[in-house]
Each structure stands twice: as C-alpha cells, then as structure tokens.
Design a protein around this ligand. Structure first.
Ligand SMILES: Nc1nc2c(ncn2[C@@H]2O[C@H](COP(=O)(O)OP(=O)(O)OP(=O)(O)O)[C@@H](O)[C@H]2O)c(=O)[nH]1
Length: 289
C-alpha cells in the first residue's frame, strides 16, 4: 500500500487509532527489526498515551541477530517490553500472547476482584506501512477470524479475530506515518522497502547502502561481488560492481542506474545476509548531538 502522508491524512490516521484505543487493553507496536528507530511513528508515545504496549521487532529473520538482542535490551531499559518475531514464518507468536498476559495480569486480577466476568485480552496492531501488519494478523488469526458484530458503545462494527482462547485482535491495524523529516531515516526506509521507490532518488539509496555495507559489513560486500579491496571512492565501487556484474551501457561503460537497481534489489532480497541498519548505540549518539 502506498500512502501520501499529507497533514490531513496524518490527523485522520491518528484519530482512527485514538478511537480504537478505547476498545483495547494493549497495543502491539510493530516495527522493522532492521530499523527499529526509523520504522517507529514519531508521535507514538503521544498517540497511545499510557496504554500498555509491546514493541514487536518484526522481520527479525532479515535482521542481524546480535543487534536485535541489543535493541530488545534497549527497549527493556526504558521499561518497554520488546520481542523479536518473524510474522512470515510464524515465529514468536506464542510469546506475544504470553507477554500480553503477563503485562496485563494486574489489571485483569483487579477486574476479577471487582467481580467482572473474565474475558479475553483485547489487542490492536499499529505500525507504519510495510511493517508486516497484515502478515502478522493473518498469522495470529490462523482460521479463527471471528466477526463478533457490534461492540457496545461504538457505532461502527469492529471485527475481532480470536487468537487462541485468551486474546482477541482487532482485524484492522492502525496505520501510522513514519518519520520522514530526516534524510538518513528516509534512506533507511527506502532501502528496506517501507517507502515507495519514486519518493527518493534511488541512486542516493544505493550510495547509502554501499557506504553502510562498506563501513559495517565489508566482508559481506566483498564476498558478494568478489572484490578483494573495497575502494573508498564510491564511484569506483559502483564501477567495480558494474564491471563484475555486467551492468554496462552499449559502449561498455558502467551503467550506474543498473548498478543502483542491482544493489537495492540484492539488499532487499537478503543477498548480503542478515543486515541491520541501526543499532541502539548510534541512536544514543545521535540524540546527544
Ligand atoms: N522476511 C520477512 N518478511 C516479512 C515479515 N513480515 C512481513 N513480511 C513481508 O513484508 C511485506 C509487507 O508485509 P505486510 O503484511 O503487507 O505489511 P503491512 O504493514 O500490512 O503493510 P501496509 O498494508 O502497507 O500497511 C510483505 O512482503 C511480507 O511478506 C517477516 O517477519 N519476515
């Protein structure tokens, strides 16, 4: 899905999430494990207020496992429960319900003490486009999509999906906008496929990818393109890759557009292996600056 985020659309998205907040006990904030900072909505705290929340680091299968651990520790230091999941393969699904139960235990015990009849936990998924919301909903739903009709107090019927006996999930996720005021964030969103390819200059995205890989995962880059010594000059690196991969124009010169397309496609299809573009230490440094 592609959304042009104009102020009116942001306000509408925010309103939709805010309205549904009243219906749920807990929020599952879905982020991309490769970019846990850049794939979060900039106003998430303000929007969900004090609602209990679990951060789900999705696409963990594509991310660097060591960095994902560091991100989980980072969130937990802030008192936010975080889990690494792979919605596509259905990994980490049981942990979601278990974590939600544990987070809401006190609330549900209080309700029980007041004589409120026990009920399933109600949850909603929120996240930026392409975070994997639909994939996660389908995974959790299995065959249990249950339309329960009207929920008292709301005019519009809300469909709930049963997740085992203990949880119900709103069938429509909250779609929130990403942070796009920052150029670096935009490049990371583009490289991971979260924003449409026409929004940014693709050559900038490929330059970003190659600089990042040279600095952080040089061996993977060398191995992929059979380059022994990575040139510091980015144009020379484009040239090397172009020659080795036959990304050439009629006259035999390197076709930079083809190299651009190749690098982005190979990054997105995990040809460099599991790569994370952010780590919590960089984030701390960026905030200090
Ligand atoms: N490798 C991997 N891919 C995933 C995972 N979860 C989702 N995807 C893929 O990511 C892409 C986006 O997933 P969606 O479920 O459509 O994302 P969404 O958040 O619903 O997207 P919008 O409808 O744009 O808001 C799809 O190609 C999914 O197959 C995951 O855990 N691992």
């Amino acid at each position: 899905m592609t959304i042009q985020w104009f102020p009116g659309h942001m306000a509408k998205a925010r309103r939709q999430v805010t309205e549904k907040l009243k219906l749920v006990d807990i929020i599952f904030e879905l982020v991309d494990a490769r970019i846990p900072y850049s794939s979060r909505n900039p106003m998430i705290e303000e929007i969900i207020q004090q609602k209990p929340r679990i951060v789900l680091l999705n696409k963990a299968d594509m991310a660097d496992a060591e960095l994902t651990k560091q991100w989980i520790a980072y969130f937990e230091e802030q008192g936010i429960k975080a889990l690494a999941i792979n919605s596509q393969a259905g990994q980490g699904m049981k942990e979601i319900t278990a974590a939600a139960k544990s987070l809401l235990e006190e609330k549900f015990n209080r309700m029980k003490a007041k004589g409120v009849r026990p009920r399933a936990i109600r949850a909603m998924i929120v996240g930026i486009p392409n975070a994997g919301k639909s994939t996660l909903i389908n995974r959790l739903a299995k065959k249990n999509i249950a339309k329960t009709g009207n929920t008292p107090g709301v005019t519009k019927a809300q469909a709930w999906i049963k997740v085992g006996k203990e949880m119900e999930l709103l069938d429509t996720p909250g779609i929130l906008w990403p942070k796009f005021e920052d150029q670096q964030v935009g490049l990371k969103l583009a490289l991971t496929g979260a924003i449409k390819d026409t929004i940014l200059n693709l050559q900038d995205v490929a330059v970003y990818a190659l600089r990042f890989l040279s600095a952080n995962y040089p061996d993977k880059l060398k191995e992929r393109y059979g380059i022994e010594e990575l040139p510091e000059d980015i144009v020379l690196l484009f040239d090397e890759i172009g020659k080795r991969r036959g990304c050439l124009m009629g006259g035999g010169e390197v076709d930079y557009d083809k190299v651009t397309e190749l690098v982005i496609r190979e990054f997105r299809s995990e040809k460099f292996g599991r790569i994370s573009l952010e780590n919590p230490d960089d984030l701390a440094k960026a905030i200090e600056e």
